[in-house]
Design a protein around this ligand. Structure first.
Ligand SMILES: Nc1nc2c(c(=O)[nH]1)N[C@H]1C(S)=C(S)[C@@H](COP(=O)(O)O)O[C@H]1N2
Ligand SMILES: [Mo]
Length: 310
């Protein structure tokens, strides 16, 4: 399946997005400064991001409306229900924030979020997100290739895998008071997957600062893998020699494999992966191999048995 190159138009999305903003602006006007004072931790979410290069890729798919992207989430740190993150993620403080990049690197470094925002030009990337629970969205992310960050620390020849670690702070993340997963949330990629230009370090969506429920202030997005591979609110990246364990593998290694490439031919123990429900649509649509990105990434797995390496 090809990613079609067409002009970047949000035609179908202008209405819901504008309505959302008009309502927010109205509320801010009505409440004056007091609304902002009540929600200091949200001061950054929803602010416009400057200098973003608009995407020239236009999927034939319509963009998912902003209100769906920000109200139907998976973020166990804020509860297991799909509506929980939008309700509970206001307690996450996204400043100050650092990401430590360490391990098999010649120049390990602690990056401040303000530095990360300027590390490479911000680009819009319209990606499909396919959750293993068989729903999907189309999201206009803002960020840059993770490779730009990894190159800064000069990975050594022993860096075969990359581990991503999300914030662990039960005071800010109330879901971490329950052992729903082994906290902190951990995920991993092979080094060539992490260095692939499609793998994104995202800081925004719809041209604005990432909402907390979507993984503020910074998250990974790997569009050809099931959504759980895309760790949110990350604080550490470790370059390692051995394949790391992820929180989902620790929870159930029969159900969640390390690779987790979107594959309509290999079912999850509880959900068929053949079809998916695009949020906002009624009829299910067929799921595409590698979530539609075969042309770009299938070669990473040539010679591998993708049934065994699920
Ligand atoms: N830290 C953390 N990252 C996470 C999750 C999580 O629970 N915690 N859920 C994952 C899952 S299962 C999915 S489908 C996506 C959802 O991203 P979205 O809510 O921005 O659409 O985030 C992924 N990243
Ligand atoms: Mo998911």
């Amino acid at each position: 399946m090809t990613v079609y190159k067409l002009p970047p138009i949000y035609s179908s999305e202008i209405t819901p997005r504008d309505l959302f903003h008009d309502r927010r602006r109205f509320m801010q006007l009505a409440a004056g400064a007091s609304l902002t004072a009540l929600l200091p931790q949200n001061a950054f979410a929803g602010e416009p991001l400057a200098g973003v290069t608009k995407s020239t890729d236009r999927l034939i798919d319509e963009l998912t409306p902003l209100k769906d992207i920000t109200s139907y989430n998976n973020f166990y740190e804020f509860g297991t229900g799909k509506e929980d993150p939008a309700k509970n993620a206001g307690s996450l403080k996204t400043r100050p924030w650092t990401i430590t990049v360490e391990g098999e690197a010649n120049k390990p470094k602690v990056f401040d979020i303000e530095e990360l925002l300027k590390l490479a030009p911000l680009e819009e990337r319209i990606y499909r997100l396919r959750c293993v629970e068989a729903w999907s969205m189309v999201i206009p992310w803002v960020g840059y290739s993770l490779a730009a960050l990894l190159k800064q620390v000069e990975p050594t020849g022993n860096a075969k895998f990359v581990e991503f670690i999300s914030l662990h702070d039960p005071e800010q993340m109330q879901g971490q008071k329950s052992p729903t997963l082994n906290w902190p949330y951990k995920e991993g990629l092979r080094i060539d997957e992490a260095m692939h230009p499609l793998t994104l370090l995202a800081v925004g969506l719809y041209g604005e600062v990432l909402p907390n429920q979507n993984g503020a202030p910074i998250r990974i997005v790997v569009p050809w893998k099931y959504g759980f591979k895309s760790a949110k609110s990350i604080v550490k990246i470790r370059l390692v020699e051995k394949m790391p364990m992820s929180s989902w593998m620790e929870a159930n290694s029969n159900e969640y494999g390390f690779y987790s490439n979107v594959n309509p031919d290999v079912d999850h123990a509880r959900w068929s992966q053949a079809k998916e429900r695009r949020i906002g649509e009624f009829l299910k649509r067929p799921t595409l191999p590698f979530n539609g990105y075969s042309e770009q990434v299938a070669s990473l797995y040539s010679g591998m048995d993708l049934t065994k390496n699920f």
